[in-house]
Design a protein around this ligand. Structure first.
Ligand SMILES: [Fe+2]
Length: 296
């Protein structure tokens, strides 16, 4: 049963999102969502055309990942059995639960921050149910099932990333209380969405925004335009980002353990220190920072 607080909360969520959105509306159907914004995937309702579009997206992207994605992603993707059509989340969840204790939950689209964090904190990853339209093959504003599943799910099978994301969810709930959300959101953006890793084979991508993109997956590794800077949690949390263009800066981790370790500390003092700072422009290179060379 809905509480009054929940109803107000949900109205507030839609109001702020509609203000931010170009079209003035969200794509998903939220009418059947429960209090945690979870819906049924309704897998049988996907059309043959939608499965065919998924296959084209998957094929294009699977061709691009060798030599560009980190090995952990590639190995896991191969076990997902997701090449033939939009996957059934329940089946993937059963395999994922055995591997790292995570499950996927179907959502209509974007969900409020605290709901997103609550899911992560409980080792549940929200995956959007709808697929983009054919004319959005190369670019989509709101994350769809292809971005969420292809980009994010493979690394949920990695135990360190899985633990890190749960910690991130717990940290997010804390950041909401401490006014640190904008700083913490930058961390997610520059790691889980657009992170690079210095793997034994060379520079590779692990961020879902990159790995689900037909263009940025090559750009982030080879273009001379963006900066590539060694990961530092505070530096990342001070840095603004753009959502409508390729990144101007990528942050490079040594390995997933570094990501876990450097984001484990209590950020309370950092949030208060950064609370009045505007944020560094996305193309900043600070004195002493080294722009990591590409190996291609
Ligand atoms: Fe994402």
């Amino acid at each position: 049963m809905e509480t009054a607080a929940y109803t107000v909360d949900r109205e507030e969520f839609f109001r702020t999102l509609v203000e931010k959105s170009d079209s003035g509306a969200l794509r998903g159907d939220y009418s059947k969502a429960d209090a945690q914004y979870v819906v049924e995937q309704e897998w049988h309702a996907y059309t043959p055309e939608q499965h065919a579009l998924w296959r084209r997206l998957y094929e294009r992207q699977a061709r691009l990942v060798p030599g560009r994605a980190c090995q952990e992603f590639i190995t896991s993707l191969a076990t997902l059995d997701a090449a033939d059509g939009i996957p059934q989340f329940e089946r993937t969840s059963d395999a994922l639960e055995k591997a790292t204790g995570w499950r996927l939950v179907a959502v209509p689209g974007l969900v409020p921050d605290h709901t997103f964090f609550e899911h992560l904190a409980a080792r549940r990853f929200p995956v959007t149910v709808w697929l983009r339209e054919p004319h959005e093959f190369d670019y989509i504003v709101e994350p769809d099932v292809f971005h969420d599943f292809f980009g994010h799910v493979p690394l949920l099978f990695n135990p360190i990333v899985a633990d890190h994301l749960q910690q991130y969810g717990l940290g997010g709930l804390k950041a909401l209380k401490l006014g640190g959300l904008k700083n913490l959101a930058r961390l997610y953006w520059y790691t889980i969405e657009f992170g690079l890793i210095q793997s034994p084979q060379g520079l590779r991508a692990y961020g879902a925004g990159i790995l689900s993109s037909g263009g940025e997956i090559e750009y982030c590794l080879t273009s001379q335009n963006p900066r590539r800077i060694a990961f530092d949690a505070e530096r990342v949390m001070r840095t603004l980002y753009k959502i409508d263009s390729y990144q101007e800066t990528y942050f490079v981790i040594r390995d997933f353990q570094q990501l876990f370790d450097e984001t484990a500390p209590d950020f309370t003092p950092l949030y208060s220190r950064l609370s009045h700072e505007e944020g560094l422009p996305a193309n900043t290179l600070l004195p002493g920072e080294v722009n990591i060379a590409t190996d291609q």
